[in-house]
Design a protein around this ligand. Structure first.
Ligand SMILES: Nc1nc2c(ncn2[C@@H]2O[C@H](COP(=O)(O)OP(=O)(O)OP(=O)(O)O)[C@@H](O)[C@H]2O)c(=O)[nH]1
Ligand SMILES: [Mg+2]
Length: 341
């Protein structure tokens, strides 16, 4: 029998914080490991990472939009800008839709395209293709993003916008960008739905197509939330072309501007705290249902607790989980199974 010497999660955390790519990869594998034996190690890794960084300085960006809008091409163009400026970037490419015709190929293709700027220590890409969306992408993507935030300046999550995913991504990212394409039915649908409220930055890609792109941008500008909806943020709608590299610089600068806006207004801390409560609640609900959530004190109390300064969300989650389990055991101890009627 081979004995594999796994690194202690605390040591792994230290290496991740030093920016070691191999450690980032092992850490993500550990978080992705659903076996019971990995649970405790994952929890220790996350607890020790967030003990070091209560509010990671990095910028967590979500990019979403309909299939084929050019998200991956645009992400690749943005990465070039960031890397030129010496900014390090981690990417999580998520395709929760399990589109059978794609077979994960779309993301692999994306990886190759992004690889243009690879062999680069400052860029790390992890693909999460064909996920079972049970519980939503947010449950697994949040801890992974948190891990990557420990060592990259920018962590970018790319998802395909299919309704629920947009809502999920809004519960993760500091800044959300929606990529539209000219004259697309998806974009019209999007404009009609309530989720137009979600993004902070809009891009209409493929502006090399001319008039249809300008028309779509005008439609989005008309539908985008007004300035006063979220403090003083002005919701830019950018005409860009990822393949022609048009408008990328101006588009790309809005991300740093939004990050600055969040920091200046104090929204960043609030947003992260809201996102961490959403994650804990979502996970507990997925595992134990509404009854379990109530046993842990209910949404409101959990939210309050997690918004307190210095609370380690991952440790808190583990504690709440243990608490619920012990309550379940006392309600229904294993030695006296209830009879089925
Ligand atoms: N004309 C034009 N085509 C573009 C532009 N950007 C991307 N494309 C093309 O649009 C197609 C889709 O681009 P992707 O970057 O794969 O789009 P995506 O949104 O990531 O697609 P999925 O991952 O499948 O949802 C490709 O054939 C690109 O070459 C652009 O600026 N102009
Ligand atoms: Mg893509």
């Amino acid at each position: 029998m081979t004995v594999i010497n796994l690194p202690e999660p605390e040591q792994l955390a230290a290496r991740i914080l030093r920016g070691e790519r191999a450690a980032v990869a092992s850490g993500l594998n550990l978080l992705d490991n659903k076996r019971a034996a990995a649970r405790d190690r994952s929890a220790r890794l996350l607890a020790s990472l967030s003990a070091e960084q209560a509010l990671p300085k990095g910028h967590l960006i979500g990019v979403t939009g309909p299939p084929g809008a050019g998200k991956s091409s645009l992400v690749a163009a943005m990465i070039r800008e960031w890397r030129l400026a010496g900014t390090t970037v981690g990417v999580l490419a998520v395709d929760p839709s399990s589109r059978p015709e794609m077979g994960g190929g779309a993301l692999l293709g994306d990886r190759i395209r992004i690889k243009n700027s690879s062999h680069d220590e400052g860029l790390f890409i992890r693909s999460l293709a064909n996920r079972n969306q049970l519980g939503g992408v947010a449950t697994e993507v949040w801890p992974m993003s948190w891990l990557m935030l420990a060592c990259f300046d920018i962590v970018l999550i790319e998802t395909v916008g299919v309704g629920q995913t947009e809502i999920d991504i809004a519960e993760i990212g500091d800044t959300i960008c929606y990529v539209a394409q000219p004259a697309s039915g998806d974009t019209i649908q999007y404009l009609k739905s309530g989720i137009i409220e979600i993004p902070d930055i809009f891009a209409v890609n493929k502006c090399d197509l001319g008039a249809p792109a300008r028309k779509t941008a005008a439609e989005i500008s008309r539908s985008a939330p007004r300035q006063d909806r979220r403090e003083a943020w002005d919701y830019p709608v950018c005409l860009v072309s990822a393949t022609m590299n048009t408008g990328i610089k101006a588009f790309h600068e809005h991300f740093a501007r939004h990050r600055q806006f969040l920091a200046n207004t104090g929204l960043l801390g609030k947003l992260r705290s809201r996102h961490q409560s959403a994650w804990v609640i979502r996970l507990l609900k997925e595992e134990f249902g509404t009854f379990g959530l109530e046993l842990a004190g209910g949404r409101e109390l959990i939210g309050q607790r997690l918004s307190e300064n210095g609370v380690n969300q991952f440790a808190e989650y583990e504690q709440l989980r243990k608490h619920i389990l012990s309550r379940f055991m006392s309600v229904n101890p294993p030695s006296s199974p209830t009879k089925r009627s």
